[in-house]
Design a protein around this ligand. Structure first.
Ligand SMILES: Cc1ncc(C[n+]2csc(CCOP(=O)(O)OP(=O)(O)O)c2C)c(N)n1
Ligand code: SF4
Length: 287
């Protein structure tokens, strides 16, 4: 049985206090709690400080291109459904350059878990505005304040068809662990947006700011995570500054819809290359 030490790899180089440490710790603890072995899991990450998570998490890993964790992770899952596949990255990675993939992953419902470490800024490139930066937020790229409305990943995911949408906070480790575990157990695409403060470049959305502003919908009496319209309304009322499992629905994951299979066995991809056809294609290309 694997221990926490088995899921550790290389000392993390994040700034002391970075919210991403808690996300890594929560993921490691959940994997141990679920009885997973490192070889059962693949962590696919994009580019950014948060993208380094695949280097520090002791499982199979793939540190892929900026904004491309989701297509890579979905491909890995479809080729080997026995793997537990985690995609991870930042708000810039997922909701900026990776936005197209995000929307399609939500509607496709491949059985993977997507963890976005959302610090409302580009950390790795030293502090530019990101798609989730609040209006008026001053950065190097927005010296007079961000003029655009922020992207709303929770609402976008629900409307695009995601079957599990949650939000956690790096300052609330226990709740984050429970949410990650539920997301990993969920059959289909799970989005877990984590408020993960950048202590170096974001001096506005700090741990204190999140503690003062977060509304915990997990604890709100009468909140129904299965009611799409009400979930959208309540998330909007909190200006998306809420935590909990916000929306969940039971519908077939992509492999079930496509293969009509309910078992999670490995898909046999036809990887053999028909030599005669390949030769004919190459001959046509040479002409
Ligand atoms: C194609 C491409 N464009 C731009 C970059 C530069 N770049 C690297 S990370 C990054 C954004 C990082 O911000 P975020 O995804 O929020 O992650 P964080 O560092 O805050 O964890 C950018 C723009 C790149 N590596 N590749
Ligand atoms: S720059 Fe920000 S996001 Fe990057 S490691 Fe430091 S605190 Fe974390």
């Amino acid at each position: 049985m694997a221990t926490l030490a088995d899921f550790r790899f290389e000392k993390a180089t994040w700034c002391p206090g970075c919210g991403d440490f808690s996300v890594l710790a929560a993921l490691q603890q959940v994997c141990v709690r679920m009885g997973l072995e490192p070889e059962d899991v693949c962590c696919v990450s994009g580019i950014g400080c948060s993208g380094k998570i695949s280097q520090h998490f002791g499982s199979y890993g793939f540190h892929t291109l900026h904004g491309r964790s989701l297509p890579t992770a979905q491909g890995i899952k479809m080729a080997n459904q026995d793997l537990t596949v985690i995609a991870a990255g930042g708000d810039g990675d997922g909701y900026g350059i990776g936005m197209g993939h995000f929307i399609h992953a939500c509607r496709r419902n491949v059985d993977i878990t997507y963890i976005v470490m959302d610090n409302h800024i580009y950390g790795l490139t030293t502090g530019q505005a990101s798609p989730t930066s609040k209006k008026g937020f001053k950065t190097k790229t927005s010296p007079t304040g961000v003029a655009e409305e922020p992207v709303k990943p929770l609402e976008l995911a629900i409307v695009a068809g995601a079957s599990f949408v949650a939000q956690a906070f790096s300052g609330e480790l226990k709740q984050m662990q429970r949410i990650i575990e539920e997301g990993m157990k969920h059959k289909g695409f799970s989005l877990i947006n984590v408020f993960s403060p950048c202590v170096t470049f974001n001096r506005v959305n700090t741990y204190e700011w999140f503690k003062e502003n977060i509304v915990n919908l997990d604890e709100e009496e009468g909140y129904d995570k299965h009611n799409k319209a009400k979930a959208l309304q309540r998330i909007g009322e909190t200006d998306s500054v809420c935590t909990g499992i916000l929306y969940q629905e039971d519908r077939p994951a992509f492999h079930e819809a496509v293969l009509g299979a309910t078992d999670r066995g490995t898909v046999k991809l036809p990887l053999e290359i028909p030599q005669a056809e390949m030769q004919s294609l190459m001959d046509q290309f040479r002409r």
